[in-house]
Write a protein of this length. Structure first.
Length: 306
């Protein structure tokens, strides 16, 4: 089922009531049809705005339990509007913009919602990159290139993996790593790239064991310094990432939340050629329905300058 609104008009028609949002979530959570968690019966009736009751045993299942909407006091319509807003902005939404569009009384609510939605932007168990993949690292949080293998104060090291599609860029993966040691880099590559793929890196020793790990490792550049001499495709992605962080978030983001910003950027980047914004909306609601809830307490505010 890939049923999603194509335009704002369609969106407003599709989701004009709480029931329509609830039923949409129901279809996303049980794409192959409902199955009662207790007795496996296949029929359920809606009860109220978020519950479904098994016709056979009477067991009640909430359509928002176990999703990022769990425990929300706001309407699903408002959430769906937030998701539409977030996915229809080419460069993403910031909290102030979301607060204004939804008419939320609290900036903090808008800010928290954006964080919850970001956590839904990475599909659990997503495919790894394959074919030919360029891998390099960059520092986020400072312009000065640092020496590899040593920590640089206030900076975060991010591994960037980019699929090579002739002269174009395919999908990407971004992963924060504690350092540029072999175990850190090997872990990041393993998570991002399908074994058997060609992995191209520079001459840094941290990548030396990739061929033992089942990759076809090609060293395409002898140097091993970081920050200035990125592989060209990685360099293009990093330039876009930094511009996006500066433009959308005015360069003020929390380093402790950086993983989620990286996920949001990846989500947008990998779908940049998608013609339909509605399809992004569909993906994000779908993923929001399978990603577990995020207690607001775990999202703490705090910013640093990039
Ligand atoms: Zn049942």
């Amino acid at each position: 089922m890939e049923d999603y609104p194509r335009t704002l008009m369609e969106f407003e028609t599709c989701f004009s009531t709480e029931e329509s949002c609830r039923d949409y979530l129901f279809r996303l959570r049980w794409p192959d049809g409902f199955s009662c968690p207790r007795c496996s019966h296949e029929k359920a009736w809606p009860i109220g705005t978020t519950l479904f009751q098994c016709v056979k045993c009477g067991y009640r299942t909430s359509v928002i339990a176990g999703t990022i909407f769990q425990d929300t006091k706001k309407s699903l319509r408002l959430w769906f509007h937030a998701i539409w807003h977030v996915t229809s902005q080419k460069y993403g939404a910031n909290a102030l913009g979301l607060q204004r569009v939804l008419g939320l009384g609290s900036y903090h609510t808008a800010w928290t919602w954006l964080h919850k939605l970001r956590r839904a932007m990475v599909r659990p168990g997503r495919d790894r990159l394959s074919g030919t993949v360029d891998v390099d690292e960059t520092y986020i949080g400072g312009e000065k290139p640092g020496k590899r293998g040593r920590g640089a104060a206030g900076k975060v090291l991010v591994v960037v993996a980019v699929e090579v599609k002739d002269s174009r860029i395919g999908r990407i993966r971004l992963r924060r790593v504690p350092d540029a040691s072999a175990p850190s880099l090997e872990g990041a590559v393993k998570e991002a790239v399908e074994p058997g793929s060609i992995v191209r890196t520079d001459g840094w020793g941290g990548y030396a064991r990739l061929s033992e790990m089942g990759y076809v490792h090609e060293v395409v550049r002898k140097e091993a310094d970081i920050g200035r001499n990125l592989l060209p495709r990685v360099n293009r992605v990093v330039a876009l990432l930094k511009r996006w962080l500066l433009g959308t978030y005015q360069g003020r983001i929390s380093i402790s939340h950086l993983d989620y910003y990286l996920d949001e950027f990846t989500f947008r980047f990998n779908r940049r050629t998608s013609r339909s914004r509605g399809k992004l909306f569909y993906r994000l609601v779908q993923q929001a329905a399978v990603v577990g809830p995020v207690p607001a307490k775990r999202i703490q505010q705090g910013t640093v300058n990039l």
